[in-house]
Design a protein around this ligand. Structure first.
Ligand SMILES: [Fe+2]
Length: 215
């Protein structure tokens, strides 16, 4: 847990945007983990992996990370290295294999068109398939300095359209059904994401929030 806190502190100080993204992805991942009834041990590994999934972004130049649009092929190539650089870094801390797998495989897609290895379906560890859904959901719905967030409804529609291609069908369906059924809350409402998820507000509650995620 101390290692996790140190790595998170490093991320918070160097790249606040990725840090806040990480916290939101961890929250949504944990909610999906509950929906798929993971064991307590797997939930812990899932939270830890979700917290560290983008660690490799520390090595991607800011100018690329914050570029509004139109990455060149070379720039995109650098971005695509972050799962491998992240896992290389995480290995130094002797983290469990399941955590390393989340970092390495969170951009794989079930149809084999993801990166870094183009793994398919069950070849992708199940915890990484969960984080992949939470990651995409947050990327679409969060406010970035260079673009407005997409509505929850639109993001859900996109996830639905990509079940079985980009996303795990079973996990993605559960996530969507939970939303439609008004079941357990897996994400923040539009209003909440504008207020509670704004950097200042988040910073105020940061320590409490992080402590609820690291259990
Ligand atoms: Fe990533």
């Amino acid at each position: 847990m101390e290692i996790l806190k140190k790595l998170l502190k490093m991320l918070r100080e160097t790249d606040p945007e990725t840090y806040f993204h990480t916290l939101r992805v961890t929250k949504v991942s944990a909610e999906i983990g509950e929906l798929v009834r993971l064991s307590a041990r797997e939930q812990g590994l899932l939270r830890c992996g979700a917290m560290l999934h983008d660690l490799g972004k520390l090595f991607v130049p800011k100018v690329i990370l914050e570029k509004p649009s139109g990455l060149t092929e070379a720039e995109y190539g650098i971005v695509k290295k972050h799962p491998e650089t992240g896992v290389t870094m995480a290995k130094e801390f002797h983290l469990p294999n399941e955590v390393l797998e989340i970092i390495l495989y969170h951009h794989e897609r079930v149809n084999g068109k993801g990166y870094p290895y183009g793994l398919k379906r069950d070849e992708i560890p199940h915890l990484a398939r969960i984080v992949s859904i939470a990651d995409a959901f947050d990327a679409m719905t969060s406010d970035r300095p260079y673009r407005r967030p997409m509505s929850t409804e639109k993001a859900v529609k996109i996830i639905e359209e990509n079940l079985g291609t980009q996303f795990d069908s079973e996990y993605g369906s559960l996530f969507i059904q939970s939303l439609a059924g008004g079941g357990k809350k897996c994400w923040l409402s539009k209003k909440e994401s504008r207020t509670a998820m704004s950097f200042n507000e988040f910073a105020m509650n940061r320590d409490t929030f992080v402590n609820t995620l690291i259990q």
